[in-house]
Design a protein around this ligand. Structure first.
Ligand code: GLU
Length: 326
């Protein structure tokens, strides 16, 4: 579960997005990507496995620009970390970036394949793009209606930014069990991101969204509603944190922040790899299934400093529970 940023406004979207992604790097990720809507009404996409610097290198040789776009750092849960699995994911006129897990993605994917959709990645996320595109094809009144209908079918957790390439004035965000905040910049300027530091260099006016919120930004205004379309009032907050304080999210220092983030870090790390109460584990990004894992004879944990202490705890559990010399 990593980082998202969406941007609509007068600045160069690529610069804003790359800067925002860099500020979300602390969340950890295995690949990154971005998409902008071009002047011709198309999506232009760049994706790269690995560090943001690899995405930046691609942009340097093959530059992009636009005023509406989205970026993503991925922590793979479904499908290996690879360029094809990196977000954004596209279907017809729709592009999506997503943090979280779509639990019923297989069932929805099969249904969409039956309806003639072709998939190009192994991710759960790609079904969101297809589901929205499918609703647009089957009578939804527009992107907003299509997103509402699509989300009604999804089980799982998500922070989403969704674009329609035919609508350069429209950006939609939604969240459930994954963070998403709205930033209000200058006139006609909006940011959507997993965390405030992503856009704090541009604005300190923030709307914190709740679980179940859908935010529609269009025609120079934004509106928050629930999935059924009922208006929701969310206060605009002016935050007084400096960029350095924002990275600490109100904690006194980074160590305190890390201590309090441990439950979340554990949940995020296990998400998609293990389920409470079920013995199976999945490590698709390492190419290991439970059969391959049973053959492991010895484990090596490489660490120093605090992570060495964490590794000692790991050794204690791995040797005690899995009986594998560590
Ligand atoms: N489940 C999605 C994937 O594997 C999103 C992962 C994330 O939160 O970065 O692509």
């Amino acid at each position: 579960m990593c980082g998202i940023i969406g941007y609509l406004g007068p600045q160069d979207a690529v610069e804003v997005i790359m800067d925002g992604l860099a500020r979300l790097e602390y969340r950890g990720y295995d690949s990154a990507g971005l998409a902008v809507v071009t002047g011709q009404g198309d999506f232009a996409v760049r994706r790269a496995q690995g560090k943001l610097s690899r995405l930046a290198a691609k942009l340097a040789t093959d530059p992009l620009s636009g005023h509406l776009g989205m970026g993503h750092t991925r922590w793979a849960t479904h499908g290996r970390p690879s360029e094809t699995n990196a977000h954004p994911h596209l279907a017809h006129d729709v592009a999506v970036v997503h943090n979280g897990i779509i639990e019923n993605y297989l069932e929805l994917k099969n249904e969409l394949i039956q309806a003639g959709h072709e998939f190009s990645s192994e991710t759960d996320t790609e079904i969101v793009a297809h589901l929205v595109a499918n609703q647009l094809k089957n009578g939804a009144a527009g992107l907003e209606d299509a997103v509402r209908r699509a989300l009604g079918r999804i089980r799982g957790s998500y922070a989403l930014v969704i674009l329609d390439r035919r609508r350069p004035d429209l950006i939609i965000g939604a969240r459930k069990d994954s963070p998403l905040v709205l930033g209000l910049g200058g006139p006609g300027e909006y940011f959507l991101a997993s965390d405030v530091p992503a856009f704090l260099a541009h604005t300190n006016r923030v709307v914190f969204l709740n679980d179940g919120d859908l935010v529609v930004i269009k025609g120079g205004a934004y509106q928050v509603s629930d999935l059924e379309g009922r208006d929701q009032q969310r206060p605009e907050t002016t935050i007084s944190w400096s960029p350095a304080m924002a990275e600490k999210a109100g904690y006194k220092h980074f160590m305190q922040k890390e201590i309090f983030e441990q439950p979340r870090a554990l949940v995020d790390t296990l998400a998609g790899r293990a389920k409470a109460g079920e013995p199976e584990v999945f490590l698709p990004d390492l190419g290991l299934d439970s059969v391959a894992l049973k053959k492991v004879r010895r484990l090596v944990l490489l660490a120093c400093g605090t992570s060495w202490h964490a590794a000692l705890v790991g050794k204690f559990w791995l040797e005690g529970l899995a009986k594998v010399p560590t």
